[in-house]
Design a protein around this ligand. Structure first.
Ligand code: TYD
Ligand code: MG
Length: 458
């Protein structure tokens, strides 16, 4: 009897499942992303590496917490992003563009954990053992008790795991792993999802901490992103331009800590180095006497960061004025320019406006609104803002300035970096719980855009 093989068309971006091929995924809207995958008749449900064959319910009150729930990696920036170290039995997905430094970071983590006496299995599925050895020599002091295996078949890898019984596993990368009982090609959504899910089951059952490396597609998402993101406990993205040496590690999801935390690294010839004072790094190359430059105190997770917003305003030489932004949302910037025109009475309709956040940082919070507006105003009037000013505040459509979160932390960071004056929302200033009795830093509360501009340019 002829057995019928079932096939399904699966979107490689979001995992959407369809019986027939469609040009555009109805779920995520990406074009030409559906690929035919075989689903076999009787798919074996994986149990992974279950230590207890049967699960048994217990009372939540009786669940015992182990003492050493977290392992510090001693790479302070990574521990910070993870919320205080790697949780045992958790799965961390590290995503990023090729060549950004994922393998380098994980090898350094292995080295640090190795020194603490942890047994580690490094699954190098993309590079040979020699290549990894060369990299390790470059990084120096990786330790001798690190096991490496160059293998892509997950069943074989499970055999190795049983023999070695590691505390930590690194799978570099999850996209090239495959399982024999799934017939679709490695790298397809079914393979990646099943491999990641088996490793997750393993982590949960055995208390092994697992790091997965995931590649990012051209569009900037992890291949099969949504299917992996809900499986794992933490998702960290490695960001940064390949032409600069700075790398930002950002927690997009974290079951065991705050999200949106960032860690900043610098790529050196001996691997990644932590940047301990990021604000100073982003401000070093700042020209102080140039118009259109404002320093904003923004929050990245729970950490304040000072960055420079630059604006270039010049008369339009073509019919339509050009507006470009990098590091700030384009629509937000358009809105702010409109507020400046209407409420500040600036004639910007025939001006090209370019906004840029220096150092490749992306600012998403509205606390940068006021600084962006002031930068544009300064660029337009060709009047520099005092180099010792820090500005923050959200701007509403009426030109009013609204309170933002964590004003104390922002002010403290400004003080630490030697700034003399902070322009902040009046409502923040009223409720401030900050010890500034000696007036080490001048705090000026403003409630409207016009008022802020008058103070800054007076
Ligand atoms: P890698 O970790 O291989 O990136 P990924 O695994 O994310 O693809 O990083 C490789 C890049 O980092 C490569 O361009 C070389 C550079 N690099 C250094 O500059 N210094 C170093 O010590 C190492 C190991 C790599
Ligand atoms: Mg790599």
């Amino acid at each position: 009897m002829k057995t019928k093989t079932k096939t399904a068309f699966i979107c490689q971006e979001c995992g959407y499942n369809s019986a027939k091929w469609i040009g555009r995924c109805p779920e995520c809207g990406s074009w030409n992303s559906l690929v035919e995958e075989f689903s076999g008749e009787k798919k074996q449900r994986s149990r992974g590496f279950c230590l207890d064959t049967f699960s048994k319910p217990e009372k939540l009150a009786d669940v015992k917490l182990e003492n050493k729930l977290r392992i510090q990696t001693d790479i302070a920036e990574l521990d910070h992003v993870l919320g205080g170290g790697v949780v045992i039995g958790s799965v961390v997905l590290i995503g990023g563009a090729p060549g950004i430094g994922k393998s380098t970071l994980l090898l350094q983590v292995c080295g640090a954990l190795n020194k603490k006496g942890k047994r580690i299995l490094y699954i190098s599925a993309e590079e040979s053992a020699q290549q990894t050895k060369l990299r390790a020599e470059r990084l120096g002091n990786i330790g001798d008790d690190l096991y490496i295996v160059c293998e892509t078949n997950l069943d074989v890898i499970f055999e190795h795991i049983k023999k070695i019984a590691p505390d930590i596993i690194v799978a570099d990368s999850v996209q090239v792993l495959y399982l024999d009982d799934i017939s679709s090609a490695s790298g397809s959504v079914s393979q990646v999802r099943e491999c990641a899910s088996r490793l997750t089951i393993l982590a949960k059952n055995s208390g092994i901490a697992v790091f997965l490396v995931g590649h990012v597609t051209k569009e900037g998402s992890l291949a099969g992103p949504r299917v992996l993101e809900h499986l794992v406990d933490s998702v960290l993205y490695f960001e940064g331009e390949s032409h600069t040496n700075f790398r930002i590690l950002r927690a997009v999801k974290n079951r065991f800590g705050p999200t949106n935390e960032i860690g900043i690294f610098e790529m050196t010839s001996f691997g990644l180095k932590e940047v301990l004072n990021p604000s100073s790094m982003f401000l070093t190359e700042r020209c102080q006497e140039v118009s259109g430059s404002a320093v904003v105190a923004t929050m990245e997770g729970t950490r304040p960061l000072l960055v420079e917003i630059q604006a270039l305003v010049s008369p339009t030489s073509f019919g339509l004025p050009r507006r470009r932004t990098t590091g700030i949302d384009f629509n937000r910037a358009a809105l702010l320019v409109a507020v400046l025109e209407k409420r500040g009475h600036y004639a910007l309709a025939n001006q090209d406006i370019f906004l840029n956040v220096a150092g490749g940082v992306k600012i998403v919070e509205p606390a940068a609104d006021l600084a962006a507006i002031v930068a544009v105003a300064s660029g337009f009037r060709e009047k520099p803002i005092s180099a010792s000013d820090v500005i923050f505040g959200e701007v509403g459509l009426g030109g009013e300035i609204r309170a933002v979160s964590n004003p104390e932390l922002r002010i403290k960071e400004a003080k630490k970096m030697g700034f003399k004056r902070v322009i902040l929302p009046q409502s923040n200033l009223k409720n401030l719980s900050l010890n500034n009795k000696k007036n080490e830093i001048e705090l000026i509360g403003v409630s409207a855009v016009k008022e802020a501009l008058d103070i800054i340019f007076s």
